[in-house]
Design a protein around this ligand. Structure first.
Ligand SMILES: Cc1ncc(COP(=O)(O)O)c(C=O)c1O
Length: 389
């Protein structure tokens, strides 16, 4: 486990720990009569005077005070020197970062990246914007060998849905030594469990939709960097392509983040307990969870993360029809895509046609929420025990 960072407070010199920053960040200055919570600023434009436009604001597509509350907290959690950039969705943030690859340049990315990222990259490749090499991100030698001709290294760790763990310090150092730009999708870990900028990443992206917002009621994304030139390019892209969040969505995300530390702690503890029990279950052939000793990613995750996250993948016995019937039978879990909300979700990933064929056909991704562990276990145990093996 890495040392927990202390983060300077916005309204004073005291350094605060991340679980305090999620509560205290992005609030109005502590003046008499000031509101305690941030406002939702609904405006499409800003006043100018004397013939000049306001320096940064000018127009609602350039900036918004409610975005900035969220961007400030995210930057401090990721240990960035500059405010984060909020986007309309995680994929919008990813598209903005991928636009940093020069036309015709080469991108290296994990074979089991989030399928939306893979689909976006395939679309860019089909239009001649870039070329892609996919790698087994857990195989450090394979990734480093692919860097020689690369312009950008894309990393996701743990990966969605296979939960492979990349050696972030080694890969980011190898990329830096070769002048290859790096971006880490930190959605699964959240900045509470992993801070890739500390390991040398140039940019971090998030699907804020997931753990950060945490209540399955908002779609939002973010990119974070400490490099002023990169941030200018990303912000320029966001402004010109218009992939901006609504102020209400930004406010909802920050509202959700107030409980991030509690949710991550509780759901990760439950995920660990379920993973241990699932490993003993007669109807489960394979369990993937970096928190399990013996999992291929365990030692790496223990060295570079502050916890193991709340997604577990299992391969049950039985064919696709039997596994789908089990999913349909759940009562406490919800059969749905997405992850990172307070409610536990279960999904057979290969029901998406875009999911790579190397993901087992019957693999179930479990996004563990904050319900009682015994209720979650009884529901899972019941449907898995009903699988005809
Ligand atoms: C790891 C990861 N990155 C990015 C995304 C895309 O985020 P969004 O759905 O907010 O566009 C997702 C969505 O599932 C994801 O799981």
């Amino acid at each position: 486990m890495t040392a927990r960072p202390e983060i300077p407070s916005a309204h004073g010199s005291a350094t605060l720990r991340p679980d305090t920053v999620v509560v205290s960040g992005g609030r109005p200055a502590p003046e008499h009569d000031a509101p305690v919570g941030p406002s939702i600023v609904l405006t499409s434009t800003y006043r100018g005077s004397g013939g000049s436009v306001p320096a940064d604001r000018a127009y609602g597509r350039y900036s918004n005070p409610t975005w900035e509350d969220l961007e400030d907290v995210l930057a401090r959690l990721e240990q960035a020197q500059l405010p984060a950039l909020a986007y309309a969705s995680g994929l919008a943030a990813i598209a903005s970062v991928l636009a940093l690859v020069p036309v015709g340049g080469r991108l290296v990315m994990p074979r089991h990246s989030y399928q939306g990222s893979l689909a976006l990259v395939a679309d860019l490749e089909s239009r001649g914007m870039l070329t892609v090499g996919t790698v087994d991100v857990a195989d450090t030698e394979e990734v480093v060998a692919a860097l020689d001709s690369a312009d950008m290294l894309w990393l996701e760790s743990p990966t969605n849905p296979m939960l492979e763990v990349a050696d972030l310090p080694a890969l980011l150092a190898a990329a830096r030594a070769r002048g290859v730009l790096t971006c880490v999708d930190n959605t699964f870990a959240t900045p509470l469990l992993q801070r890739p900028l500390e390991h040398g990443a140039d940019v971090v992206v998030h699907s804020v939709t997931k753990y950060l917002a945490g209540h399955s009621d908002v779609v939002l994304g973010a990119a974070v960097t400490s490099d002023p030139a990169l941030r200018d390019r990303l912000k320029g892209h966001r402004t010109l392509h218009g992939a901006i969040p609504g102020p209400f969505e930004a406010w909802l995300a920050l509202r959700g983040m107030r409980t991030l530390a509690l949710r991550v702690e509780r759901s990760a503890a439950t995920a660990g307990e379920l993973a241990r029990r699932l490993r003993q279950h007669p109807a489960v052939l394979e369990v993937r969870y970096p928190g399990l000793p013996g999992d291929p990613g365990h030692e790496r995750a223990a060295a570079q993360m502050d916890g193991f996250g709340s997604v577990v993948a299992i391969v049950p016995a039985g064919d696709v029809a039997a596994v789908e019937a089990a999913v349909d039978g759940v009562r406490v879990w919800t059969p749905a895509t997405s992850l990172g909300g307070v409610e536990s979700l279960i999904e057979r990933r290969r029901r998406h046609h875009e999911e790579p064929r190397s993901v087992p056909e019957t693999l179930l991704r479990l996004s563990v929420g904050i319900e009682n562990v015994e209720d979650l276990w009884e529901d899972l145990d019941r449907v898995l025990s009903g699988i005809d093996r």
